[in-house]
Design a protein around this ligand. Sequence first.
Ligand code: ADP
Ligand code: MG
Length: 614
Amino acid sequence: MSANTHQFQTEVRQLLDIVIHAFYSDKEVFVRELISNASDALEKLRLKQLTGAAIADPQRDLCITISTDKDKHTLTIADSGIGMTEEEVVEYLGTIAHSGTKKFLEAMKESQSGPQDLIGQFGVGFYSAFMAADKVEVTTRSWQPDAKPVVWASTGQDSYTLDSAPQDTPRGTSICIYLKEDAHRFAEENSLRYIISKYSNFVGFPIKLDDERLNTVQAIWMKNKKDVTAEEYEEFYKFINHTDSAPLTHMHFSADAPIVLNSVLFVPAENPEAFGFGRCEPNVSLYCHKVLIDSKPENLLPEWLRFLSGVVDSEDLPLNISREMLQDHTLLRRISGIITKRFIKHLETMAKDDADTYEQFWQKYSRFIKEGICTTWEHKDALAKLLRFESTFTEAGKLTSFADYVSRMKENQKDIYVLYGASRAQLEHSPYLDALTARGFEVCFLTDGGDQFVMDSLHKFDDKEIKSIDRANLELPPLQNQPDRPGLDEKQGKKLTDWVSSAFADSFSKVSLSERVTSAPAIALQGENDLSPEVKAYLKAMGQTVPESHPEIAFNPHSPIVQRLAELQTENEEVATLLAGQIINTALLRAGMLDDPAKLADNSQALLEKLLSK
Ligand code: ADP
Ligand code: MG
């Protein structure tokens, strides 16, 4: 084969353009990326070996070899891993086949800052070599015994060349970087040794620099927790996430029964779905006794835990498990269950012992916990303990939990009371609070858009029903130690409510007298099957038809205005109707249920005209 020139795919050209022309303070990440690719290639080869496939060059040690030529200004990173066939080289090093790179390009379009943060975040990998290279030459021979070795070369412009390599090329991949003038230091042993030691601590294969062994191979998840330092966890996190920032928290968990499990999981310091990056991909790798089986298995952990990164290792997994088998493997489901449970427990303990960190976690990841409650049945109750919110008993900005709420419940209180709305400030003026406050009951302020769905899935906490206090069917115990207050008796009350029902025939599902109202003349209540105003606003915004509501009106029998209304009803029905309209529309307005504010304005004008006419 003579050297063939191939054009890069458009997206690769765009990517190379960014990589070559942008200014980087930390060019050295390319070393990390190439070592990480070498390590991936070796992991894949080890798995092939263990599953008994026929392999080219079977005797070759699994290792990464780094060499430099100071005079020629070259750096070569070679591995004895899985290698690539000609077709694979064309696919992997000429197109953007994998999602990380695609996402990087998308994020670059949105981002205000330079690419250096993003490179770490997406691990754009191979092409980062062009940050330091005038030319890159890749010589590779696949593990498949009859594959032909090839040489790929490019200066990072529009194209690359492909040529055949000698048949005795050793199995694996060797990448030679012809260093740019401002990158010559990467051919100096001392600075190189420093960079490699920084990035290679967790590579599962020996790394040799001119025959000197640089790293000690260790799988920290297999170690005893006590023997791993905080720095080591942090370094490991940085290694697997291609990042320079530390994680928010980690969990190291080992078990021998019923399944042998070793796992280290990390919560990133920032929610990977914040800043419009879209849905993140799970980043927890699956190992079987230190052998990588799959770096991104899809169903290892439940969807709502997709923000985690780390390692799960189980000796009980069959090594030759295929991706398809992983989709639906009972053992995997059990592993998922055990780890999920332990992680929830980890968060619970953190909430108790390290409240500050938990609060940070909650600020960034509450949506995932809520998603968990809505989408899993098994862990719902445990997850409910992790919820945080403000309440009538907390200061503004301070959070509480259902467990704390329950510990403060009054003796005659059966249920947990919640109220949905846009903000604490809005909810503090809710007409529904009066009745609860008068009884000394706490009310939770739930101000996140999806909270009603979350509470509907939960339904209960600690055997206590969670009740929205704007519902008409809310039953409250009678007020204790109340002085007798004057008010309408039963007969007067019935006469009034019957009259209002017929005067406003089609509007309400029910009109009643209620001890729930303490200061206002009346309140409007959500009918049992009505959607809350927030959900209705949401449906409306989504352009969906909003089902009609049937609110209930409850009059306060002790209100002087209501008592006067009852009298007026016989004295002057016309004024009584206008007054009742005024009371009812005001109640609807306060409850956020008045569809058309003009109704209230028209009614009050008519009432004023009537009262002031001579
Ligand atoms: P990623 O590692 O995230 O897949 P990269 O850009 O780093 O993305 O690499 C692209 C692909 O090129 C890899 O997925 C792999 O298939 C192939 N590749 C890169 N380096 C090597 C190597 N040393 N040995 C074998 N294949 C490699
Ligand atoms: Mg890579």
